[in-house]
Design a protein around this ligand. Structure first.
Ligand code: NAP
Length: 251
């Protein structure tokens, strides 16, 4: 019988690429996100291997009700891809909008832990499962204007490693995926409030990672022998590297 994955944020970018990839690899996919129309279109395109299930990860009540609200045949989730997330703004911390900070924490941190807490007991009870969390190189390497986004992704990485500490003795795996610059998604458009020209400049003159590259890494960790747990994958496009530490000198 084919395995079932639940992907958060499957309406665009990495989540959409992962949904396509896993269906191609023989999985059934519960595609979630806020834009129900896109989920329905995906289900129509992919057929009965995709279940469209609208879900806002910041809606705590809907997330808590998630396992029981799935059709009976879809309730045993083998892999949770915690992908929904966003960055908002690039202003320095002392000028950033506090509402943006709250929304990043609500989505990248609180939303992710609530979805995990909703699905983890079932995985432990069945003694099988895999949680793949989308962190970022921003978890490790600070950049100007990264503040809460980087901190939220550091949380995701550390949460992933701590989950493993609790799950030892079970066959539930956890992986933190930590990509660098990745193009072809809505990420920068969302960050800059829909300013597509500014978003396009982020990728100008670069060959960034693609959503399919991320899907490839996720498919890889999922398909490894059950005895292997990949804790973290940090990846960057070849055109990117961690910069030198900054030093401000007087003139
Ligand atoms: N692109 C990069 O360079 C990059 C690098 C490292 C890590 N990441 C991380 O990778 C993940 C995916 O990024 P991406 O580039 O694919 O971004 P994207 O194209 O903007 O896609 C983000 C997805 O998250 C969903 N989402 C946002 N808020 C949500 C909410 N409250 N509830 C449910 N779904 C929500 C969106 O769906 P709806 O709007 O339909 O809800 C969308 O499907 C994010 O966690 C991001 O932080 C991205």
């Amino acid at each position: 019988m084919s395995r079932t994955a639940l992907v958060t944020g499957a309406t665009a970018g990495f989540g959409l690429a992962v949904a396509h990839r896993l269906v191609r690899d023989g999985w059934r996919v519960i595609a979630t996100g806020r834009r129900a129309g896109r989920l329905d279109a995906l289900a129509r395109e992919m057929g009965d291997r995709v279940l469209a299930h609208a879900l806002d990860v910041t809606d705590a009540a809907a997330v808590a009700a998630l396992p029981g609200s799935l059709p009976a045949a879809w309730q045993e989730v083998d892999a949770l891809i915690n992908n929904a997330g966003l960055a908002l703004g690039l202003e320095p911390a002392h000028k950033a909008r506090i509402e943006d900070w709250d929304r990043m924490v609500a989505t990248n941190v609180t939303g992710l832990i609530h979805v995990t807490r909703a699905l983890l007991p079932g995985m432990v009870a069945r003694d099988r499962g895999h949680i793949v969390n989308l962190s970022s190189v921003a978890a490790t390497y600070p950049y100007p204007g990264g503040h809460i986004y980087g901190a939220s992704k550091a949380f995701v990485e550390q949460f992933s490693l701590n989950l493993r500490a609790d799950l030892i003795g079970t066959n539930v795996r956890v992986t933190s995926i930590e990509p660098g610059l990745c193009g072809g998604t809505e990420f920068s458009g969302v960050r800059f409030g829909g300013d597509q020209d500014r978003a396009a400049k982020v990728y100008e003159g670069t060959e960034p990672l693609t959503a399919d590259d991320i899907a490839e890494s996720i498919a890889w960790v999922l398909h490894l022998p059950a005895r292997m747990n990949i804790n973290r994958i940090e990846m960057m496009p070849t055109c990117q590297a961690s910069g030198p530490l900054a030093v401000k000198r007087t003139a």
